[in-house]
Design a protein around this ligand. Sequence first.
Ligand SMILES: [Zn+2]
Length: 167
Amino acid sequence: MDSNAIFWLWGERFSLRGIEDDKKANVALADVDEQGKTLTVYVHTGRMEHLLLYVRRWGKQCVLNTGSKYLKFWENKLGLTPVSLVAKAMKTRWGSCAIHKRQVTLNTDLVHRNARYLEYVLVHELTHLFESGHGPQFYALLEAHIPDWRRLRDDLKLPFPPPDIGI
Ligand SMILES: [Zn+2]
């Protein structure tokens, strides 16, 4: 395993470490060492090539877990009946909302950014349950809940991590 491998978790840089351990190897399990900023992923013996696949699946689970916490809070605050949540790798969007299904999809790459961005994307998508398009009424509602939405939106258009930090 390349010892320079990095995983950005909620806006913080972690070293990614792969350990062969047949008992702990699991697609959705990783140990987070917050102090040492190390992320340990367990793979089956001789299958170190699974490391990135496992850490990606684990990251997806993180987006779902953290997304669900924010969703509960915002469902409550906005007086919404339950909305379902999906996390998916997407190339061109940070999130989407299937209004008729009452389902929000979040991009799995949100795990790399500060969780504030996930919250912003989630609230943007939930706002579509009140206003389907991106008209003035939509942005008025969004601004009432996420006053700094413009900055968050613009940040999400920039490459991450910033080139001067390196990957
Ligand atoms: Zn939208």
